[in-house]
Design a binder for this molecule. Structure first.
Ligand SMILES: [Zn+2]
Length: 348
């Protein structure tokens, strides 16, 4: 493989990433975008790369074509910071494509367009009024790269939330724009390779844009009827893909305990929550029936007892929630219920 880019092949329910012709890494179809656009990788692809561009050691050197090869080497090193190879390959490819386009047509032609992108993100490095230094050039490239990353991310969020049935109006807007933009998507190239075993031609895709990648993966997902779902762990809510249509929880590290996935952890959390809720409910019923008994035996105290019962009604939900979230213990909760009683007059 000669040109830079993320090389992909699609087979039954899988995305194969080809770092080199004879070395393939396979991911379940739809998983790569979930990993690239959610969590740490997405942050490192934007924040770390931005900082690296700002720290470019040859930053003050005048921008010249001859400086491009050093800049390319530097950018290549930057992307090694993200350990998730497909993501760093795609990021590097997007950045290189932008560098090539801008240096080919001349940076000045891109300044106005860059200034127009200002509302696209806080992390952009514009405005550059002129490209004088290598740092100016890389900053300009970074902005186009970042906008591609954001477009890819937004397309992912829109497509995933629509499939999972949790889409908002803004998701729908992004979706409409995405469909429009795919009409002239840059950065997907297809090459046919002959497989002597199956005696068939297979397409290999070279991708150099996050947005184009999202379109390509999504197209395959539609073809093979694979859908995004949303993790039912309320603390997580990430999108994921699964073969089983009944899958509720994702395979990513859970927010409650990074060493366990939501799939491993959440059913336990849910059952523990249920046990706690049952215990809380039992305490409430116990307290209420105790108060009913007192009222029956001492009608003269019914006014005070009714106040206690009203207080239980008014606060039981917020107090139970505190027990479930661990803010207070069940013992504290029971103490609160026990305090709702008429203090016996003590003779001293
Ligand atoms: Zn999850």
């Amino acid at each position: 493989m000669d040109a830079f880019g993320l090389y992909l092949m699609f087979s039954m329910l899988a995305t194969q990433v080809l770092p080199s012709p004879n070395k393939r890494v396979e991911y379940p179809l739809g998983l790569l975008p979930c990993r690239i656009f959610q969590g740490e990788t997405y942050r490192s692809l934007s924040r770390i790369i931005r900082n690296m561009v700002l720290m470019y050691p040859g930053g003050d050197i005048r921008y010249e074509q001859s400086g491009l090869s050093d800049a390319r080497d530097y950018i290549e090193q930057c992307f090694l910071y993200d350990e998730f190879r497909p993501a760093s390959h795609l990021g590097l490819a997007s950045f290189f494509r932008v560098m090539e386009t801008i240096s080919y047509h001349g940076p000045r032609n891109f300044l106005i367009q860059a200034a127009e992108m200002m509302d696209q993100g806080d992390d952009l490095l514009i405005p550059v009024s002129d490209v004088v230094s290598m740092k100016d050039f890389l900053s300009l490239c970074f902005d186009f790269y970042l906008v591609d990353l954001i477009n890819g991310h937004d397309a992912f969020a829109a497509l995933a939330s629509i499939q999972a049935g949790v889409n908002s109006d803004s998701n729908n807007e992004v979706y409409a724009r995405f469909v429009e933009e795919t009409k002239n998507l840059p950065a997907v190239e297809m090459k046919l390779v002959f497989d002597p075993v199956t005696r068939a031609f297979n397409p290999i895709y070279r991708v150099t844009s996050f947005q184009a990648y999202m379109a390509l993966e999504y197209m395959q997902m539609l073809d093979q009827n694979v859908k995004f779902r949303r993790c039912q762990n309320p603390a997580c809510g990430k999108f994921f893909v699964a073969q089983r249509t009944t899958a509720k929880y994702c395979d990513f590290p859970s927010p409650q305990n990074e060493l366990k996935t939501c799939k491993e952890l959440y059913p336990q959390v849910a059952s523990r929550e249920k046990t706690t809720k049952d215990a809380v409910l039992k305490s409430i019923r116990g307290a209420q029936s105790r108060l009913y008994n007192v009222r029956r035996r001492h009608p003269e105290q019914s006014e005070a007892i009714n106040r206690f019962l009203d207080e239980i009604d008014a606060r039981k939900e917020s107090m139970s929630e505190k027990v479930v979230t661990g803010e207070i213990t069940l013992a504290d909760f029971n103490k609160w219920l026990e305090s709702l009683t008429i203090k016996k007059e003590r003779n001293t």
